[in-house]
Design a protein around this ligand. Structure first.
Ligand SMILES: *[C@@H]1O[C@H](CO)[C@@H](O)[C@H](O)[C@H]1NC(C)=O
Ligand SMILES: *[C@@H]1O[C@H](CO)[C@@H](O)[C@H](O)[C@H]1NC(C)=O
Ligand SMILES: *[C@@H]1O[C@H](CO)[C@@H](O)[C@H](O)[C@H]1NC(C)=O
Ligand SMILES: *[C@@H]1O[C@H](CO)[C@@H](O)[C@H](O)[C@H]1NC(C)=O
Length: 576
């Protein structure tokens, strides 16, 4: 074969493999546009949150946890410093409330970044950054950290914050961060109904945290990371709190098509493996719980113009997931080490996962007795329907349901209490491509329910907690090409609707939270830079419990807040 023949073959191969389909949704940098329209004073960004009882109270003590500027921190160890507890003359435990106040500021051009904050390897906050503008942006995050109280008096801990950032000629935004702890004295806030914080918290996190952060980086389904934990013999209750975020090829996992679609169409994308993921917790190899985590959209995600200056749900304070593992105390209370492991079913690169094990002990006894019911692994039912059509079209569905029920008893000075934990979650997912792949519709609906029931030796129920979450979302992306001679330029029309709703029932007391965002707009894109566009996001956040109601509606359009109204009157139907 002559040389021309070889060249021809190579070219034919190239044309067939490099289909110019943007792998959307994607992550973008909005700098080029915002530098045109950014206001001349630094702008405040925010994530809408519910009012907290501490909002109008003066803390008895404020204590600086860290102050640091994250410049070119990529591939470097996290920021680490010794932690000093608040001085005893300022306040001493027990506190009625402790909150963490993070202030951030940045200016220049920069992608969104993920960040974790740990105290002694226990994660206190998973957050992400807003993409700055040349004139600067700033924001604050407030999180109730009362449940971590047992750590705050210790003087043998390091505080660690990981925020990998790139600063060079192109990306100029440095993130300046201050974190303060605010302590509130006893009795200023009614805490009668709330459970007291755990006596100790044991991290299930990366021991090498000083080098790469305490989270485990999980890159595939087979990877599992664990810690060996020896529990005190007088442990009477344990709750595992899971921290999780997904990135890289799994940042938009709910929109990933199966590999069959990628292979058939010879696409050059790693974002596959279908649209189902489950974070799994195991003790000594047994699946004791799992979670389909709420996929947080970071500020560069899908259409970055949606998230200025109101960011996506959870972007500044990612939700965490509690699992009551008390039924398993019978398996682990033998004075020996047991393996607590974390993994991601169907996960691809990469996930950042760790957990905190909250431990309550019996102060009246040096040891307790415990027994676990017979172990049945969770019942998992996953159905996938894949329809590959002409060219780049296709429709991919996943329906999943996972159920489990565990029970165990603990005989402590409080008596012989049996805990039953029932959990169920249902997931429905659709990823559909039309118009030769240019139009993509993604739908996902996740519903989870966890019931924890505690009964005494007489069979009388002493506590019942029901926690339900539902997170529906729809993401539509429509790619328009050929609008200019530049073949790397295109227009992306995007619609996103997402919600995170919760119902929390403690005994008879019900709390409900509804949080929903609807965004629509378009943007002109070249490579990953947004050159022009228009966007609008409407968010409504409401809350109702036995004491009252609260609701707030905000509309942000083209980088500014157009409407912001809030109310604390209950809808007339529920107030008589
Ligand atoms: C952090 O604190 C210092 C000292 O009070 C202050 O000058 C700086 O503006 C603060 N930074 C942020 C991001 O709030
Ligand atoms: C705190 O960090 C320093 C520096 O990385 C390290 O040498 C020390 O061992 C750490 N201390 C603890 C308690 O982890
Ligand atoms: C505690 O109660 C459970 C369930 O009723 C029972 O099976 C167990 O034997 C009791 N344990 C003790 C030590 O009495
Ligand atoms: C996107 O949202 C806008 C505003 O709600 C709506 O008019 C439009 O029909 C939506 N587009 C699609 C493709 O659903």
């Amino acid at each position: 074969m002559n040389q021309n023949g070889v060249v021809f073959l190579v070219l034919a191969f190239l044309t067939a493999t490099t289909v110019s389909l943007p792998s959307s949704p994607d992550r973008f940098l909005k700098s080029a546009l915002t530098s045109l329209r950014s206001p001349d004073v630094p702008q405040e960004y925010q994530e809408l949150t519910l009012p907290s009882p501490s909002d109008h109270l003066t803390p008895s003590c404020s204590h600086l946890l860290l102050r640091h500027s994250f410049a070119n921190t990529i591939n470097k160890p996290p920021y680490t410093a010794p932690y000093t507890p608040p001085p005893s003359d300022c306040t001493s435990p027990p506190w009625s409330h402790v909150n963490l106040d993070l202030r951030a500021a940045s200016s220049g051009d920069q992608y969104d970044r993920i960040s974790g904050l740990w105290l002694g390897g226990v994660e206190l906050l998973r957050t992400s950054t807003a993409e700055p503008s040349p004139t600067g942006i700033f924001w604050k995050v407030r999180k109730d950290v009362t449940r971590y109280s047992s750590l705050f008096t210790r003087s043998d801990l390091n505080v660690t914050m990981m925020l990998e950032n790139i600063v060079n000629d192109v990306y100029t935004g440095i993130y300046h961060i201050n974190v303060t702890l605010n302590f509130y004295e006893f009795n200023t806030i009614d805490i009668s109904r709330r459970e007291s914080p755990a006596d100790l918290i044991i991290p299930v996190s990366n021991d090498g945290g000083g080098n790469r952060g305490f989270w485990f980086m999980i890159e595939n389904s087979e990877e599992s990371y664990s810690n060996k934990i020896q529990l005190p013999l007088n442990t009477r209750k344990i709750v595992l709190e899971l921290y999780v975020s997904s990135h890289g090829n799994d940042e938009f996992w709910y929109s990933n098509p199966p590999d069959s679609y990628i292979v058939t169409n010879k696409l050059a994308t790693g974002r596959g493996n279908g649209a189902y993921r489950e974070v799994v917790v195991k003790i000594d190899g047994r699946n004791v719980g799992s979670e389909v985590a709420f996929p947080v959209i970071f500020t560069g995600g899908i259409n970055p113009l949606f998230w200025e200056p109101v960011v996506g749900i959870g972007a500044f304070n990612l939700p965490t997931y509690d699992m009551d593992l008390t039924p398993f105390l019978g398996m682990v209370l033998d004075g020996k080490e047991h393996e607590f492991a974390l993994s991601v079913n169907n996960g691809i690169s990469y996930w950042l996962v760790d957990a905190n094990l909250h431990v309550w002990v019996d102060h009246e006894a040096v040891s307790v007795e415990a027994g676990s019911g017979s172990y049945d692994s969770p019942k998992r039912h996953v159905v996938r329907k894949e329809v590959l059509e002409e060219q780049l079209d296709g429709s991919f569905k996943v329906e999943a349901e996972v159920r489990s029920e565990f029970d165990g008893w603990v005989k402590s000075s409080e008596g012989n209490l049996t805990t039953v934990v029932k959990s169920v979650f249902k997931v429905g997912s659709l990823v559909k491509f039309e118009e030769n792949g240019a139009y993509k519709r993604v739908e996902q609906r996740v519903e989870t329910k966890r019931v924890v029931e505690v009964t005494n030796e007489l069979g009388k129920q002493v506590n019942r907690v029901v926690h339900e979450r539902s997170y529906p979302r729809t993401v539509i992306t429509s790619t328009l090409r050929g609008l200019s001679n530049d073949k790397d330029m295109y227009v992306l029309v995007t619609n996103v609707s997402q919600a995170l709703n919760e119902r929390y029932l403690v005994g008879e007391a019900l709390t409900e939270v509804y949080n929903r965002q609807d965004s629509d707009g378009w943007m002109q894109v070249e490579d990953h830079n947004v050159l022009a566009g228009e966007a609008r996001t409407r968010q409504s956040l409401s809350y109702i419990d036995e004491f009252g109601c609260y609701s707030r509606t905000v509309v942000a359009a083209n980088g500014e807040i157009d409407q912001d109204s809030s109310s604390d009157t209950c809808p007339s139907s529920s107030s008589s």
